[in-house]
Design a protein around this ligand. Structure first.
Ligand code: RM4
Ligand code: MN
Length: 408
């Protein structure tokens, strides 16, 4: 069992980034169910994100998605976020909702379309300059539906060319995060379908290019913590898009479908010292290593949520999601690293497994409640949010205008 003061210290330093789009209306391709009180613009999204931070104390960042969050003055949006105690995080590019992109964006066979998509990506870097964002998050819907539809290898060349142009535009302290996804909307090939493809491109580009692991973007049964361990070892894990899935890319609340998987992922993160910039790797013999292997230094891993709350109220769902991540992190921090390593080296299968399971089966909710009280917060964030009347206030105030929503 580790020192609880140190565990709480680590939890205070671990920050979670919220997706602006989680606060807008969303749905499936069958129906978008509107909710009263949803934001009409990115400023109101920032107001809602600030509520999540207000009650959790560990979510001071809101990612934006362009053009969904297009504003005239990004410095003003940044200042608005700041006045609410949060900041603008990753800028997510969107090259998948224009008629021109039917056959792809930067991998499209038509050079005119590729040029248009590249211009959007470069515009996103301009926005990063204005907001002070560190990360450009790139996900491409590019792919094909039918064998023979396009040349698989040629599309990779087009992809590499565009990524290189964006990479060259990045300033100091800016990064490019390349997200992979197995399938959807393309059903035969996807141009960045897996971590191998993303990693190959990132390695070719350089230090500022890193891989994003969206937990909903794998085939069923894939061992995500193995991917995480490999990316951490190579210094190429740029961030997570956390969410839960039962079947495909369900974008449900993280930790809802498989909290044990989330724990296993966070165990790899904690071990590698990647929970927050400056965290030392965990090694046997104490909390941190005295002879830790040199790790690539850098701005750290972005712990982002990428979720949609189609049927549940959005702000408390984001609060719940942050709490779910915190619970997994707390359990990962409680792993007795020394006992685990000793058992592993002794080949004691059952003791090694027990070291992990003991931590996972610990009820960390009292510890987290205590942590919140130390931070001057209510012990139960959802309850405190619901009691404060903000939900009723936005329903009353946000009348008229167009509710933000998927595609809005
Ligand atoms: C994708 C991917 C991206 C997100 C879009 C909306 O499936 O997860 O991260 O920006 O959806
Ligand atoms: Mn994602």
């Amino acid at each position: 069992m580790r020192d609880l003061t140190e565990v709480k210290g680590a939890l205070k330093n671990h920050q979670i980034e919220l997706p602006s789009w989680a606060f807008g209306n969303s749905g499936t391709r069958f129906k978008v169910f509107g909710q009263p009180g949803v934001p009409r613009n990115p400023y109101e999204k920032a107001d809602d994100a600030a509520q999540v931070h207000k009650y959790t104390g560990v979510a001071p960042i809101m990612a934006v998605h362009i053009p969904w969050d297009k504003v005239d003055d990004y410095a003003a949006l940044s200042a608005h976020a700041k006045s609410n105690g949060i900041r603008i995080g990753a800028v997510n590019a969107n090259v998948f909702q224009d008629d021109d992109y039917k056959l792809g964006s930067i991998c499209n066979p038509d050079p005119r379309v590729r040029k248009k998509a590249l211009a959007h990506l470069l515009e996103c870097v301009d926005i990063m300059d204005a907001t002070g964002s560190r990360d450009l998050k790139l996900w491409f819907a590019d792919g094909t539906n039918y064998p023979g539809q396009d040349d698989i290898a040629a599309r990779q060349d087009r992809l590499a060319e565009a990524l290189a142009a964006v990479y060259a535009r990045l300033g100091d302290g800016q990064r490019m995060l390349l997200e992979y996804k197995l399938f959807e909307p393309s059903f035969y090939t996807t141009d960045v379908p897996d971590w191998g493809t993303s990693l190959l491109h990132c390695l070719a580009l350089g230090d500022k290019a890193q891989v994003v692991v969206d937990t909903g973007h794998h085939a069923p049964g894939v061992n995500i913590e193995f991917i995480v361990a490999m990316l951490l070892k190579s210094g190429k894990l740029g961030g997570f898009d956390f969410n839960s899935r039962f079947y495909a890319d369900d974008d449900l609340m993280v930790g809802a479908a498989d909290p044990f998987q989330l724990f296993r992922i966070m165990h790899e993160v904690v071990k590698a010292g990647a929970l927050y910039p400056g965290q030392a790797p965990v090694r046997p013999g104490g909390i941190t290593a005295t002879s830790a292997p040199a790790r690539p230094s850098g701005p750290g891993v972005a712990f982002m949520l990428d979720q949609c709350h189609n049927i549940e109220p959005k702000i408390p769902a984001q609060i719940r999601s942050v709490m779910n991540v915190q619970e997994a992190v707390a359990k990962a921090l409680l792993v007795d690293a020394e006992a685990l390593r000793e058992a592993q080296l002794a080949g004691d299968v059952l003791a090694a497994n027990a070291a992990l399971m003991d931590a996972y089966n610990t009820d960390v909710r009292p510890l987290l409640a205590e942590l919140r009280e130390e931070m001057g917060l209510a012990p139960d964030p959802v309850k405190a949010y619901l009691a404060a009347g903000y939900a009723e206030k936005i329903v009353a105030e946000r009348v008229g205008g167009t509710a933000a929503g998927w595609g809005a």
